[in-house]
Design a protein around this ligand. Structure first.
Ligand code: MF3
Ligand code: CO
Length: 264
């Protein structure tokens, strides 16, 4: 069952999501060759608690850290460790918090120093694919319209969409219905209506979409070891249209929210 949110609940979810976005921005500023992934995790957890929030992932189904850090061929759920970031890596950071009873969830892929043109294009494709999906978050459309738009954009560039993991509804639980695949035929699934809050999260690969899980039981990697990128936003459909909730306050006030706004 999909739990639609009131305007008041969406406002509260904006607070949770803004904390996530703010911390992701801080983490982005820490990214450089030589940084330990465990230091990024430590920062995320400490800052969440300072801001009165609880890291959402720690302990979730036994996940051992606050942040998911996935490097290069790692798609998602990479576990922080004493591993260091290296020049030319791409690193996906996925973070969520629980704040005042609501979850916020977001992810971005960042370059570490100079990266290959192919890696840069992959990262950009993941972000753009999310924007394409958002444009379908319109009253009366169906969930798989979002999925199909994401897939089309990714595959048009010669990349592939990871099949084994999907986006999701979000609210008082980190994962609510509906599931939001990043692939599929349009016109299927529930109708989209006001009050729907989703974590849309394209995970894409430069090569094939097959994934496997490392022996740590968490880290998902591409089977062909091709590079992967991940971009996730918590978004809501209100009477003002689709709103990206996981944008830091200072960015929203600078008008980043309006960049490439896909809706009228
Ligand atoms: N953003 C991811 C998700 O929606 C994060 C979950 S990581 C976990 O599933 F460790 F909490 F599972
Ligand atoms: Co998520």
């Amino acid at each position: 069952m999909i739990i639609y949110k009131t305007d008041e609940e969406i406002r509260a979810m904006g607070e949770s999501s803004r904390i996530v976005a703010r911390i992701l921005n801080e983490l982005q500023a820490m990214i450089k060759p030589g940084v330990l992934t465990s230091d990024l995790d430590g920062h995320a957890e400490r800052r969440a608690r300072e801001l009165g929030a609880k890291p959402a992932f720690k302990g979730y189904r036994g996940y051992p850290a606050s942040l998911c850090i996935s490097i290069n061929e790692e798609i998602i759920h990479g576990i922080p460790s004493p591993r260091t970031l290296r020049e030319g890596d791409i690193v996906s950071l996925d973070f969520g918090v629980l704040y005042n009873g609501f979850y916020g969830d977001a992810a971005r892929t960042f370059p570490v120093g100079h990266i290959s043109p192919q890696a840069r294009k992959l990262i950009q494709a993941a972000e753009e694919a999310l924007t394409k999906g958002l444009a379908k978050m319109v009253e009366g459309n169906r969930i798989s319209d979002i999925s199909a738009a994401i897939q089309e954009h990714v595959e048009a560039q010669g990349f592939s969409v990871i099949r084994a993991f999907v986006g999701h509804g979000i609210g008082h639980a980190l994962h609510e219905e509906p599931q939001v695949p990043n692939f599929g035929f349009p016109g299927r699934g529930s109708k989209i209506r006001r009050g729907l809050v989703l974590a849309i999260e394209p995970m894409i690969a430069a090569g094939d979409w097959d994934a496997e899980i490392l022996m740590d039981g968490w880290t998902a990697i591409t089977k062909d070891r091709s590079l992967a990128a991940h971009y996730e936003q918590t978004v809501a459909l209100t009477d003002r249209g689709v709103e990206i909730l996981s944008v830091a306050e200072e960015e929203a006030s600078r008008g980043h929210l309006l960049k490439e706004q896909p809706y009228a």
